[in-house]
Design a protein around this ligand. Structure first.
Ligand code: KG4
Ligand code: ZN
Length: 343
């Protein structure tokens, strides 16, 4: 079975073809960074318009890459939510329409399920059950995964998502959008001993997170430094603040993952979503899981952030189980993962 996957939930147009025998045949991505950079964040209307411009050319590009034609496609998967409603509607409308034109089934995929299954695109992939830590721009969740569509939420962020905290703190440090990777880059030159940020909600039981306080802590640290060193701050001080922030997020995520692993006895951990591209986080989680006698899995960095490959794969899992949508579609900007149908 061969599935076309389309991702348009936010600021990246991603398209891919997944084949049950050949694996991932082709994938292409268009990032809207340049469009949104001057606004310092994603402008939803501009995102939708750009998805309209890019989706069909990208679909042609992956067909060309894979040397296939539309006749060989057996199903279409598109991101139906959660995300920006206008952006979701573009991918859903195109995906559903193409499936109708080609007379094949279509399925609306949950974006976070896409992220969660992305490690399965790799040669060494995790078996069920596993604990998934989803860390993206909109979500921070710990989920027990017993199978596809069998998700139990163990904990989540009560305020900002981890990626959102990275982005907001990066903005504070006057780094360009998208903040997360820029902050991580700056932190490489930071002195880990100069500042110490708190590890929120690690001193009490439970698996929920709270990251909004770290951004305030960063602001206060920055203001105190400016009083001492002047404004603008030297690059080294900014790097030291970035490093302290990154260490606090990484350490907090690691502590909660370890707690989830110990509580459930499940020794396989999957990490996915944009923030899982963070090198320090990958190292820290990997080492922790070895110490716990288990193993951590993550997608290759390019499949940590939004992409079409994870949507094609998740869609294939559902289509091959006989699930599909009627001749209508809806975008679901807010959509919980626990109510998803099991496969
Ligand atoms: O999964 P994703 O591409 O989009 C959403 O579904 O939200 O995640 C994007 C988030 C952004 O907040 C971005 O700053 C963050 O992932 N991110 C990173 C890194 N790469 C992306 N955060 C920290 N370190 C990185 N290397
Ligand atoms: Zn995402």
């Amino acid at each position: 079975m061969r599935v076309l996957g389309i991702e348009t939930s936010c600021d990246e147009t991603g398209v891919a073809v997944y084949d049950s025998k050949g694996g991932l045949l082709a994938h292409a991505l268009h990032s809207q960074i340049e469009i949104h950079a001057e606004y310092g964040g994603v402008v939803p209307e501009l995102a939708s318009r750009d998805h309209v411009r890019k989706a069909l050319p990208l679909i042609r590009e992956v067909f060309h890459q894979a040397q296939i034609s539309s006749e060989s496609i057996d199903g279409v998967a598109y991101t139906a939510g959660p995300g920006l409603v206008g952006a979701l509607l573009v991918g859903s409308a195109i995906g559903r329409s193409l499936a109708w034109a080609w007379q094949v089934p279509a399925v609306g995929v949950h974006h976070m399920e896409g992220h969660l299954l992305a490690p399965m695109l790799e040669a060494e992939s995790p078996g069920f059950p596993f604990i998934a830590m989803l860390v993206s721009g909109g979500h921070t969740q710990l989920v027990k995964v017993d199978g596809i569509g069998r998700y139990q939420l163990l904990g989540e962020s009560l305020d900002d998502a981890a990626g959102e905290a990275f982005d907001k703190t990066a903005k504070l440090l006057e780094l360009p959008y998208p903040g997360g990777p820029e902050l991580a880059k700056l932190a490489q030159d930071g002195d880990p001993k100069r500042y110490r940020f708190p590890r929120p909600m690690t001193d009490r039981p439970g698996l929920d997170f709270s990251f909004s306080g770290l951004k305030t802590f960063a602001l206060n640290t920055q203001q105190a430094a400016k009083r001492e060193e002047g404004d603008p701050l030297p690059r080294q001080t900014l790097a030291d603040i970035a490093r302290a922030f990154e260490d606090a997020v990484v350490d907090t995520l690691m502590i909660k993952c370890r707690r989830a692993v110990r509580q459930t006895g499940v020794k396989t951990l999957v990490m996915a979503g944009g923030v899982s591209a963070n090198r320090r986080l990958r190292e820290c989680i990997g080492e922790m899981m070895v110490k716990e006698g288990g193993r951590a899995y993550y997608p290759r960095p390019e499949f940590c952030t939004d992409n079409g490959a994870m949507i094609a794969y998740a869609g294939w899992q559902r289509l091959r189980a006989g699930q599909s949508e009627p001749l209508q579609f809806s975008a679901r900007p807010r959509w919980g993962m626990e109510g998803l149908e099991a496969v």
